[in-house]
Each structure stands twice: as C-alpha cells, then as structure tokens.
Design a protein around this ligand. Structure first.
Ligand code: ATP
Length: 284
C-alpha cells in the first residue's frame, strides 16, 4: 500500500517577535496561511526496520538530518513499530525559504504513518509529536489559517483568509533562520499589529487585512540581503495590494484581490527572479 500526502507551504501574513525566552526560543505571534504550492510525500512500508528517504531534490539530506526521517524515527520509537518505511519527497516548495517546506514534509510524514500503520492518533497527538521535530511542524499537521503563539506551537484556528491571489518570489539566496535569530537585536524590531490583522481576517475584510500585514524580521533580513527589499518594491510597483517577507525570508509574498493584477505582478518579477509562483491560499 502506498500513502500519498500533500505537504503545502505556508506564508506568514503577520509575524511578531515578542522577546527571547529563558530556553533560548523566541516568543512569537504569527498568522500563517497554507498556500497551494506543495510537496508530495509518498510512503510505503518496508519489511525491514529501515527508514529510507528518496527525493528529486539533489541537495537535501537523506539521513537523520531530513525532517521526514526524524518524523518517521519518532513515530517508530514512540509506538514500537518494527516495520520500516520508504519515503519519497517530490519537492516543489523552495528550500530554506521561510515557507516551512521541511516542517510540512515532516507533518505529512506523521499524517501518512498514522494511516500506514493504523495508529489512530488524534490531530492533537500528531501536533505534540511534531513539536519535538520543529516549532512549525504542529501548525503544518492541519495547516489552514491560524494564529500561532509560544514558539509557534500554540495554535488557534482563524477564519480562512479573504479570497485573494498570492505571488510568491524566492530570490536566489538561502537564508539561515538560525543566523537571523542569533543576530537579532530585539530592541530594534518593528511590531506589526497582529490583533488588528487577526480581526480583519475574522471579519473577512481584505482591505483592512492588507493594511496590517507585516513581519518583525523583514528589516533585519533586508539589511543583510538587499534583494528582499528590491523584490518587495518591484512587486508593489507592479500593482500588488501588499507585500511582505515570509518567515525569516528570503521569500517575499504579494497579495492581490484581482487575478489580472496578480498576473501583472507575476510577469513583472518573473524576469528578475527564476522562482516565482502564482497561487491561491488553501481553505481549511
Ligand atoms: P521555516 O519556514 O520552518 O523556517 P524554511 O522554509 O526556512 O523553514 P526548509 O525548507 O524547511 O526551511 O529547510 C531548512 C533546512 O532544513 C534546509 O537547510 C534543509 O537542508 C533542511 N531540511 C531537512 N529536511 C528537509 C526537507 N524535507 N525539506 C526541506 N528542507 C529540509
């Protein structure tokens, strides 16, 4: 039997960093939404206890450094599963981009193994397991539009994002989340109003929503990598309603309520960067 799971990327409509905690994690307040840009994770049981990872992306690790490997090992150890699993990742989400690609693959692996080995684990249990792999994994277990607090693992369901088109641009650089957070000067950060962003989404008010989108990390990443600000400005020049960096970057996402305008933004950045996508947000 083969189990196939879709592993969607996320975007941050809002990301606020509150403070650094005693355990060295940062306390965050984020609003995330899943978009229709996804990896495919396929799982088949192996008769031996091996965890085998295969992918079409040449530079991803295939050993315990891969998040899907970590997810499979965690499930096997927690539930004493003797069988092994072959996991194939068809990679579409840009890597190290602030779109939670690895976390979404790990969450897809947890969901897939729950089915493959008939473990009957609840979504809450899968999210608890996910938190042991990474802060974004619990969110990725169900995806959708959510408010995430704590280090990102405390989740609250929100209404779906008002209907819109999303242009996603990944510049040809990789940004290390670890480096951005390590070098962060908390005192200098800007703070988007997540409360107002949340209420605009709950009220299905697109115009209010685009006013309150923002990311505390955008300035720091843009100063280190000016291409981030260049892309954002280009998207706004081509008519995007709003544009914001996702996660710790370097991906920038632009929102448009009209498809024709989103297409113009897409065409405007396409010659400038190779990795450009025009997608929709996913409904819960
Ligand atoms: P986040 O938004 O959660 O910070 P990201 O989009 O910035 O995540 P990922 O694409 O998840 O970053 O990759 C971060 C690192 O994780 C990369 O260095 C990559 O080698 C490693 N990694 C391990 N497993 C995977 C996977 N299945 N997919 C992508 N990256 C993976």
């Amino acid at each position: 039997m083969e189990i196939i799971e879709k592993a969607p990327a996320k975007i941050n409509l809002g990301l606020d960093i509150l403070h650094k905690r005693d355990d060295n994690y940062h306390e965050v307040k984020m609003i995330m939404a899943s978009v229709d840009l996804a990896d495919k994770v396929s799982l088949t049981e192996l008769p031996t206890s091996e965890i085998k990872v295969e992918t079409d992306c040449s530079f991803l690790p295939l050993d315990e450094k891969n998040h899907v490997y970590q997810a499979a090992r965690l499930v096997k150890e927690t539930y004493n599963i003797e069988m092994g699993v072959h996991i194939r990742i068809d990679k579409r989400i840009p890597v190290a981009a602030g779109m939670a690609g690895g976390s979404s693959d790990a969450a897809a692996t947890l969901r897939g193994l729950n089915k493959l080995w008939d473990l009957q684990l609840s979504q809450e249990t899968l999210a608890e397991l996910g938190a042991k792999i990474g802060s974004d994994v619990p969110y990725c277990v169900a995806g959708g539009t959510k408010l995430a607090t704590g280090r990102g693992e405390i989740l609250c369901d929100l209404s779906d994002v008002p209907p819109c088109w999303v242009v996603i641009v990944k510049p040809p650089i990789s940004v290390s989340t670890w480096t951005i957070f390590t070098e962060l000067d908390i005192a200098k950060l800007g703070h988007p109003d997540i409360k107002l962003l949340r209420s605009s989404i709950e009220n299905n008010d697109y115009q209010e929503m685009i006013k309150h989108m923002g990311n505390s990390l955008e300035k720091a990443t843009s100063e280190k990598y000016p291409i981030v600000a260049q892309i954002k400005n280009r998207m706004l020049d081509y008519g995007a309603d709003a544009a914001v960096m996702s996660g710790s970057g370097p991906t920038v996402v632009a929102l448009c309520d009209k498809h024709s305008r989103a297409q113009r933004v897409y065409n405007g950045v396409k010659g400038f960067c190779d990795e450009v996508y025009l997608v929709r947000t996913l409904k819960s």
